[in-house]
Design a protein around this ligand. Sequence first.
Ligand SMILES: C[S@@+](CC[C@H](N)C(=O)[O-])C[C@H]1O[C@@H](n2cnc3c(N)ncnc32)[C@H](O)[C@@H]1O
Length: 260
Amino acid sequence: LLSVAKRTGAAIPHIVKVAASLKAMRRPPSRQAFLQKVRREVEALTLPPPKGGWSEYYKDCFPSFSPSEEWTTKEHSVRQALLDSRPGSVLDIGSNVDWYSQLAALLGCRVVAIDTDEGCVAQLYRDIKKKNLPILPLVMDFRAPSPGYGLGNLAALPATARLKCDMVMALALVHHLVFKQHLNFEQIIAGLSIFSTRWLLVEFIPREDMYVRDWWSERYSWYNLENFVAVLRRHFHRVESYASFPDPRVLLLCEKKGTN
Ligand SMILES: C[S@@+](CC[C@H](N)C(=O)[O-])C[C@H]1O[C@@H](n2cnc3c(N)ncnc32)[C@H](O)[C@@H]1O
């Protein structure tokens, strides 16, 4: 200190102060400080306003969460499937602004909800913040799960590990993945199965459905419930069906072998 003071002519307390701040700058930030910084940055983000499109999906129909006669068969069946399986955690893929994620949270599940539509995810975020529900809404494309990061993925695990849940829900999604995003049943079910430790609740929208009817052509001759269930059985040992809405949509609750 004396030699630096002599050379620079600075007072010793000033040199001590500068040395301390230089040392602090060299020290890597603690994990806690890093996470606090990330939290501040994330909380400062402005959410995109709803843009129409998918965020209008539930516009006229977001029923209360107590079972009632106003509920559709699908709403009753999803509730029943959740009560029959009682997952601790649920990953809702293609969640939209999502009534079903909120239903699962109110039945005691921790929920991660993913969708490609930023407007929907922002709307869901605002809603669950108000209601204080245990739901983490994320923008992510099922076809491109976020990869791991860093040496040995130690900085961040890939989404397939980080977001793994007891149950994966994929409601009114498969027909979009087939007809609009050109995936086959094996790719879809293998992709859904990766995220699930035990159950999959998936909805199948058959060829007679009003949307699928318009999208269907001979090249999709393999698109039927029988083939879908055959692929499900390669990944899950138990497949049970529940009625959905509108008829003849069907919900399939699948369970992996050796998980009970
Ligand atoms: C018909 S809505 C279904 C909403 C809700 N799951 C239900 O059953 O009422 C389909 C949702 O899937 C989302 N989606 C479509 N392709 C997706 C993908 N590859 N990854 C994640 N979400 C997707 C859309 O943005 C849309 O919100």
